[in-house]
Ligand binder design. Structure first.
Ligand code: SAH
Ligand code: SF4
Ligand code: F3S
Length: 453
């Protein structure tokens, strides 16, 4: 009799990686492997990696080092590196960690079974060549039973001068509206209530699909997709990320205002509040254009929450230019902002420039920006106090089991007292009694129950 074959996946990085990991886990379960929480008990360990900044990449090597050692004692251990570090390093990763069995780029996630079969036949495998991404045929093993990610477009055709994503994720490949809707219908059948449509540059959705309208625009845009999928019965909320200011349209804002299931939350990274830095980043818009987008959103969807990403310490950024970023953050008042110090990445233009800033300057700017972000987010949170918000219950509060947690339509994490098993997946009206910078607490008024379909 053979012992149970167990796998463990550790996922780093963004939502695309999390979605890929869920599909790879589905493939492994289909192959008869069982999930195990402790990697030390696993026969297959898969690291789904991120290389967006140097510290993300280094983290992977430290995890990998530990398991590579273990492999010398346990010869039936299969070690896999998937994701963006795998794509960036390819063969070089095998030279650095010869214990590896499989190195596979993100475009190959759905091919995991084929690749593993090659490994079990005794090969060391590297799969990083660009391919047409195959539709996933396996049922993903999703982390949540309430909310789910649905990829709509893979890759990115932009060339922001700091960014590795186009190198590691390849060119844009949109899924068809039919495939996306079918996945959402299946999710609804399984009881999911919320879907987040995913793409690194989701506004590019459909550009690579055939078909133009009479007025000459692409027939399949993100806006058209929202109209096409919004009425999937059972799916109560739809979100999408990440938006790019260069391609963001008024039509999209109107669709969000019009379609009741599309949540009032926009994630639109601006990266810098200074026009010269934006130009050096090759972002393709000005800070004035960014402000106009936000004004338009607030005009059409007054209560919309706005989040973004920003980088400080880009090569050549002066104190004045950094202050333009602070000014934008001060003026707009983001509900949430992901901030990062610029990290030079291999294979990107900006990494080769000579005007790099010191770590001291970068970390000082990061601290100053983070301080402002927290102050502004706390201010923004105050508007929720005393209000009644709709919260979709996703989980128990891990720190207080008498509470459940979920999100408002605007994406604020919210806690309230309740029994998770009773409330899971329900939309509950909650009166907000406490507002912190990035989360809320409230008391439930009523729960809307759903009949299973
Ligand atoms: N597609 C998204 C972002 C993808 S990467 C967009 O266009 O906005 C996620 C975030 O990581 C970016 O928004 C950026 O803020 C940050 N980032 C990317 N490359 C970086 C680098 N080299 N150094 C620091 N932060 C970086
Ligand atoms: Fe990177 Fe720019 Fe593409 Fe975003 S749009 S993934 S920042 S290259
Ligand atoms: Fe990281 Fe790759 Fe996402 S580099 S941020 S996991 S696309």
């Amino acid at each position: 009799m053979t012992a149970p074959r167990r796998y463990h996946i550790t996922t780093f990085g963004c939502q695309m990686n999390k979605a890929d990991s869920e599909r790879m886990a589905g493939i492994l379960e289909d192959m008869g492997f069982e999930w195990v929480d402790d990697p030390n008990d696993a026969n297959i360990i898969l690291y789904n990696t991120c290389t967006i900044r140097d510290n993300a990449e280094q983290k992977v090597y430290s995890y990998l080092g530990r398991q590579a050692k273990r492999k010398h004692e346990q010869s039936d251990l299969t070690l896999i590196v998937a994701g963006c570090v795998a794509q960036q390093e390819g063969e070089a990763l095998l030279r650095r960690v010869p214990e590896l069995d499989l190195v596979m780029g993100p475009q190959h996630a759905n091919r995991l079974q084929d690749l593993l079969e090659e490994v079990f036949n005794g090969n060391q495998v590297v799969a990083t060549e660009p391919i047409h991404i195959v539709e996933d045929i396996t049922k993903p093993r999703r982390d949540s039973t309430v909310t789910a990610w649905v990829n709509v477009i893979y890759g990115c055709n932009e060339r922001c001068t700091y960014c590795v994503v186009p190198n590691v994720r390849g060119i844009e490949q949109s899924r068809t509206p039919e495939a996306i809707r079918a996945e959402m219908e299946e999710l609804a059948r399984q009881g999911y209530k919320e879907v987040t449509l995913l793409g690194q540059n989701i506004d590019a959705y459909g550009r690579d699909l055939p078909g133009v309208t009479e007025s000459g625009r692409h027939q399949h845009t993100l806006t058209d997709l929202l109209y096409y999928v919004h009425d999937v019965p059972g799916i109560e909320r739809i979100r999408f990320a990440t938006s790019h200011p260069r391609y963001f349209t008024d039509r999209l804002i109107r669709a969000c205002a019009e379609l009741p299931k599309v949540c009032e939350h926009f994630h639109i990274p601006f990266q810098s509040g200074d026009n010269d830095i934006l130009k050096a980043m090759a972002r393709g818009y000005t800070q004035e254009k960014y402000r106009r987008i936000i004004d338009k959103i607030r005009e059409c969807v007054p209560d919309a929450s706005i989040s973004a990403d920003a980088i400080v310490g880009f090569p050549g950024e002066t104190e004045d230019q950094f202050e333009n970023t602070l000014k934008l953050v001060e003026d707009i008042g983001f509900d949430q902002l992901n901030t990062a110090a610029y990290s030079p990445r291999p294979g990107t233009p900006a990494a080769l420039w000579e005007n790099q800033l010191s770590e001291e300057v970068k970390s000082d700017r990061l601290q100053r920006l983070n301080h402002l972000v927290a102050v502004k987010a706390a201010e923004r949170s105050q508007r929720y106090l005393g209000r009644i918000e709709e919260v979709l219950v996703e989980d128990q509060n891990p720190k207080d089991k008498t509470q459940v947690m979920g999100r408002t339509r605007g994406n604020r994490l919210t806690f309230f007292t309740g029994d998770f098993h009773q409330l899971k997946g329900q939309l509950v009206k909650v009166k907000i009694t406490e507002a912190r910078a990035f989360s809320l607490t409230g008391v439930p008024l009523e729960a809307r129950t759903f009949q299973p379909v």
